[in-house]
Design a protein around this ligand. Structure first.
Ligand code: B12
Ligand code: SF4
Ligand code: SF4
Length: 217
């Protein structure tokens, strides 16, 4: 019988983890009308050592690495793999994650995890024709109790405000010499007090920011 433990056994060696699941309705435009979607992602720094070991030299290395692993798991389980980078139009991974893990959206966009804060992401999903039993989802929203909201004031060029992300302002700053975001990751994310112990190491934070900047070229 397939359950989260069995899937975790296949992906944990790569630093990935099951990030919950949900039962989609028939009108969600999913291929083959699956009965269950299981999300896969990383929590904190979990994925970085395995990804580093893979040393992928191609373009979009993280997407290719994740696809290789998750395609392999999907083949083995005879299910369909879906990816956050497929698109546009993109699969609504954040909306899926809210259903699967009960996470809320932070004021700066990324979903916030009660333990890992803003330091997590999604690498793929598995679409099962079987209706799997799913654990109960416990909704969380640490931002509701965060009075100061330092994430909204930490950006040196004020690119992030409640419900607004000024991508050109962010990109222009990232193109300036010696900026801290490119060296270690977005300062707004670093300003958040939740899950600080899980913040990406500087190499990892810098990798994500450089990948974002490259995608903007
Ligand atoms: C296109 C895209 C971008 C674009 C535009 C983002 C945007 N805010 O509109 C750009 C390139 C700018 C971008 C930047 C970043 N992104 Co981005 N992005 C995506 C991508 C590929 C598609 C988003 C989409 O259109 N989905 C389709 C819609 C229909 O799905 P949805 O779930 O219903 O949409 C949710 C969001 O899009 C959001 N949303 C939609 N419009 C807007 C507008 C504003 C102002 C905000 C705040 C949110 C927002 O609300 C929806 C949920 O309620 C997703 C992956 C995915 N497939 O979802 C990653 C994704 C959302 N990005 C992610 C990340 C981490 C980032 C960055 C922090 C980059 C980085 N390299 O570290 C930055 C900054 C993001 C920010 N502050 O909002 C993660 C978020 C993880 C998390 N913890 O939630 C995702 C899920 C990718 C992943 N593999 O995990 N991103
Ligand atoms: S700083 Fe506060 S409001 Fe901003 S993401 Fe963190 S917990 Fe949420
Ligand atoms: S990466 Fe830097 S410039 Fe861009 S939003 Fe984050 S703090 Fe602002």
């Amino acid at each position: 019988m397939i359950d989260f433990n069995a899937i975790n056994d296949l992906i944990a060696p790569h630093g990935l983890a099951v990030r919950g699941g949900f039962h989609p309705g028939p009108d969600e435009g999913l291929p083959g009308q699956p009965a269950t979607i299981v999300l896969i992602g990383h929590l904190g720094r979990s994925m970085w050592p395995a990804f580093q070991r893979a040393r992928i030299e191609e373009t979009h290395p993280l997407d290719r690495w994740a696809k290789r692993i998750i395609d392999g798991v999907a083949q083995r389980l005879e299910v369909t793999a879906l990816y956050p980078f497929q698109g546009p139009p993109y699969w609504p991974f954040q909306r899926w994650a809210m259903r699967a893990e009960g996470l809320a959206q932070s004021p700066i966009g990324p979903l916030i995890h009660p333990d890992y804060g803003l330091w997590h992401g999604y690498r793929g999903a598995l679409a099962f024709s079987l209706r799997l039993d799913l654990p109960a989802v416990a909704p969380s929203d640490p931002c509701a109790a965060c009075a100061d909201k330092p994430c909204l004031t930490a950006c040196p060029v004020s690119a992030l405000a409640l419900g607004r992300y000024d991508v050109p302002a962010c990109v222009a700053h990232l193109r300036t010499d010696g900026n801290d975001c490119l060296g270690g990751g977005c300062l707004a994310r670093h300003a958040c007090p939740i899950g600080r112990a899980h913040a990406y190491v500087p190499d990892e934070g810098g990798f994500h920011t450089r990948a974002f900047l490259k995608a903007m070229d």
